[in-house]
Design a protein around this ligand. Structure first.
Ligand SMILES: Nc1ncnc2c1ncn2[C@@H]1O[C@H](COP(=O)(O)OP(=O)(O)OP(=O)(O)O)[C@@H](O)[C@H]1O
Length: 277
């Protein structure tokens, strides 16, 4: 990533616009306004973020540890409660939803976690079907009697993520990369309208990390849904994302194309410069 000095090489239709404007329009899936989060009174972790996310494509959020990337992602499905601001998803402000409304909205928001969050003693296929427990009657859930279309869908997704042969393996027998594939397939079981991934490659080796990012980008394209991914590896994020959000100290300081990210931006995002050499 070299510094060009002339700014991002932008397609003609994006030239001259503020970065955020490039992604606003009827095609907006998610609109965040003035998002503010304090875990402790007076200590802001997110400082009034505005962000619009398009209905398709991969957006990578980069930034140093502790800058609020996970907090931002988790505010979107209210795993973390925002202090103030709006998060408009499919016409509803997520921050104002009742418990039932939030449960319904969360079904449309898939989440992939760094540590996979699988049920270790269950098989791969059961881990996927667990994602459907909220959709069937409590009695059927108790006996794990899943509708045949859910079972077919789970097998289809396992094929899509390359785990068709491991359906009956216990989760605790899998490698990190295989576990993350299960995590992705499980998130897709609910047919989400958006996928959030919180550091999905942090626990994986470089080759497996590329494979996981490749898989998420391909599935997002196939399913025509947007993906927002928090990622520490700037090169990996830039390779698979169409848009980079750079965060520093709870603010968005870069919002644009991966090709537009210069050393100057990286210094602003991460601070210092010795690490760049
Ligand atoms: N549950 C919590 N209670 C109190 N403070 C928290 C909580 N979760 C996060 N924080 C603080 O909020 C700040 C932002 O954390 P967050 O995890 O969002 O950053 P991050 O950019 O995702 O970091 P990393 O890349 O290391 O995961 C940090 O100072 C962190 O200590």
């Amino acid at each position: 990533m070299s510094e060009t000095g002339s700014g991002p090489t932008e397609p003609e239709n994006l030239r001259g616009k503020r970065p955020a404007d490039n992604f606003v329009g009827e095609e907006t899936a998610l609109k965040i306004r003035g998002l503010f989060k304090e875990y402790r009174p007076g200590v802001a972790v997110l400082k009034g973020l505005d962000l619009d996310v398009d209905c398709r494509g991969v957006t990578a959020i980069i930034g140093p540890s502790g800058t609020g990337k996970s907090t931002l992602l988790r505010c979107i499905n209210r795993l973390v409660e925002p202090t103030s601001g709006e998060i408009i998803f499919e016409g509803e402000d997520i921050t104002k939803l009742s418990r039932a409304g939030l449960r319904r909205a969360r079904r449309k928001i898939g989440m992939v976690f760094q540590e996979y969050n699988l049920v270790e003693r269950l098989s791969v296929i059961e881990n996927l079907l667990c994602g459907r427990l909220g959709y069937i009657s409590p009695l059927k859930a108790w006996f794990r009697k899943f509708p045949s279309q859910d079972i077919d869908h789970a097998f289809e997704l396992l094929d899509k993520v390359g785990l068709g042969d491991l359906a009956y393996q216990r989760a605790d027998n899998l490698s990190g990369g295989q576990r993350q594939r299960v995590g992705i397939a499980r998130a897709l079981m609910q047919a989400p309208h958006i996928l959030l991934a919180d550091e999905p490659t942090s626990s994986l080796d470089p080759k497996t990390s590329v494979e996981i990012m490749e898989l998420m980008a391909r599935l997002a394209g196939d399913l025509d849904i947007p993906v927002i991914v928090n990622i520490h590896d700037v090169a990996l994020g830039s390779r698979f994302a169409q848009r980079i959000i750079g965060m520093s100290e709870g603010n968005i300081v870069y919002d644009g194309l991966p090709s537009g990210l210069t050393d100057t931006h990286l210094k602003e995002i991460y601070g210092g410069e010795d690490w760049l050499q």
